[in-house]
Design a protein around this ligand. Structure first.
Ligand SMILES: [Zn+2]
Length: 222
């Protein structure tokens, strides 16, 4: 059961197509996994469509306007699947198989090289063609990310497995948003965990020896 969802405002911005590419991928993946948010997105799209059709049309160029509206309405139809349908929805990570939600499966060929990061973790960037940073992060059993804050926002989605921090426990589909005022220490216990994470600024480690990682924090998650 998913406990943590994107805010209504984020869902609305997602439906309107106004989120940055990294956040769009994370929210789209959450929506794949979450019937509740699927309905929220549909409702938001319907509301926007109603607002468009109710908006008064200027007298001039009404034909052009109709054509434009028509185009906007049809562009809101669900994106067609990749025509060749040849992407795999299974991620093979050192022999461990993970089922990927459709949004991530479509990004399979954009998943970069897996590298080891401190704390029994593996990380692979996803190239979404923008400057933002989006990564798949695999936390093995007993992994721990040093306590940190963020200069911007950190968004994490659990794709498969379970992790916890000081606040709560997060499982498949949970969407966690942290801002620069929040400290946390994500860790896994007896289960491993595959997450999708987007950052808009490097991590800032706050405790003990992990402070020494700060000069490298942009390497750590970029
Ligand atoms: Zn949701």
């Amino acid at each position: 059961m998913i406990k943590f969802h994107p805010s209504d405002e984020m869902i609305h911005q997602f439906a309107a197509g106004s989120l940055n590419p990294a956040l769009s991928v994370v929210i789209s993946t959450h929506v794949d996994m979450c019937p509740h948010c699927q309905k929220q997105v549909l409702d938001a799209e319907q509301l926007m469509a109603e607002q468009l059709t109710k908006a008064p049309k200027p007298r001039l160029n009404s034909h052009a306007l109709d054509a434009m509206l028509e185009q906007i309405m049809t562009s809101q139809a669900p994106a067609p699947k990749a025509s060749n349908d040849d992407y795999s929805n299974v991620l093979n990570l050192d022999g461990k198989l993970f089922n990927l939600p459709p949004t991530l499966a479509r990004q399979q060929n954009r998943i970069g090289h897996w590298s080891r990061v401190p704390g029994k973790m593996l990380r692979a960037p996803i190239d979404i063609g923008s400057d933002e940073c989006i990564n798949l992060i695999y936390m093995d059993k007993g992994s721990r990310v040093p306590e940190h804050t963020h200069k911007g926002q950190e968004v994490t989605l659990v794709v498969n497995g379970v992790f916890n921090d000081e606040r709560d426990e997060y499982t498949d589909g949970d969407f966690i948003l942290m801002d620069s005022s929040q400290h946390h220490t994500p860790e896994t216990q007896d289960e491993d965990c595959l997450t999708l994470a987007a950052l808009d600024a490097p991590l800032h480690f706050t405790s003990g020896i992990s402070r020494l990682l700060n000069p490298f924090s942009s390497l750590f998650f970029r």
